[in-house]
Write a protein that binds this ligand. Structure first.
Ligand SMILES: [Zn+2]
Length: 54
């Protein structure tokens, strides 16, 4: 009774990585080179692999 396990509260975490430089939530990632990316709104340049999720 009452054991509903369809409440996935911890799944909204996968769409927004944090900036690896300043730890701000990343809103937008713009690839600026083969291995680098610029993140908004903080504006840091970070390794693309650090903010790409596949
Ligand atoms: Zn940043």
């Amino acid at each position: 009774m009452g054991s509903e396990s369809s409440d996935r509260a911890g799944e909204a975490d996968s769409s927004r990585p944090d900036c690896p430089r300043c730890d701000e939530p990343v809103g937008f990632v713009a690839v600026s080179g083969p291995t680098t990316a610029s993140v908004s709104p903080c504006g840091c340049t970070v390794p693309a692999a650090a903010v790409q999720r596949e």
